[in-house]
Structures are given as C-alpha cells and as structure tokens.
Design a binder for this molecule. Structure first.
Ligand SMILES: [Zn+2]
Length: 134
C-alpha cells in the first residue's frame, strides 16, 4: 500500500486518547495511543477517525461512576424509585378497592341462571327461527 493513503494521525487527540506512534499491526493502519488515565492501547485508524474509540474504556466507566457517585443523582434516583413504587402501590390499591366494590355490588349470577353453552339449538329455538323465516 502506498504511503500517504493513511492519514497521519500522529500527535492528534481523539477524546481521551493522544496518538503517540504508528502501530505495529500488519492488519491495517493502527496507532498506539495513550489515554489520559495513562493506559496505552492500539487503535485502528478507522476507529479513531470515526470516533468510535475515544478512550481506553475508562470513559464509559467514569461516566457511570460520576453518575452514581454523585449523592444528588443517587438521591434523585432513589426518589424516582420511591415515587414509582408509591404510584404502583396506589394504582394496585385502587384497583383492588374497585374490584372489591364491584364484587360486592354485582355478585356473580348463580350457575344455573347462565345460558347453557351446548352449541346446539333447542327444539324450541329451531321452531322459533323457522316461524320467523316464514
Ligand atoms: Zn483510560
């Protein structure tokens, strides 16, 4: 491959990474980078240019950590869970109360008053229909 096909990324910064040297990989253009946390890693030029790799992996870990290390965030999170639970509890209580009320107001019809589900016409029903069609 001709030289110059690869962008010279030496010294450039991508997120937390600073390109230190051309990588040793024979697979393609890679660069040895050093992260702000001190770790070194080898990244393909493509990933650097596309911005898909911007740290040694500590970026995401840091973001998660700062998110949950922050007492305000933690409190907010806890409060959110509490509210969610309370809402659910209230909903369930209301539903239970309504169900109990309905049960009291509308007792189920006794078994024998329900229409028989035989799937067959009774002789009388057949006769009624025959009359109606005349
Ligand atoms: Zn790092």
């Amino acid at each position: 491959m001709a030289r110059g096909i690869f962008r010279d990324l030496l010294g450039q910064k991508f997120g937390r990474l600073t390109v230190q040297a051309r990588g040793l990989s024979r697979k393609g253009a890679t660069w040895d980078c050093v992260c702000v946390c001190g770790k070194t890693l080898n990244v393909t030029a493509k990933h650097l240019v596309q911005g898909s790799v911007r740290s040694c992996g500590c970026l995401r870990a840091d973001m998660n950590r700062t998110k949950y290390d922050n007492p305000a965030t933690r409190e907010k999170h806890a409060a959110g869970l509490q509210r969610m639970w309370e809402r659910r509890h209230a909903r369930m209580t209301a539903a239970n109360k309504k169900a109990a009320r309905l049960k009291k107001l509308e007792p189920k019809p006794p078994r024998d008053s329900r229409p028989a589900a035989t799937g067959k016409f009774s002789a009388k029903a057949a006769a009624d229909l025959a009359k109606a069609w005349k």
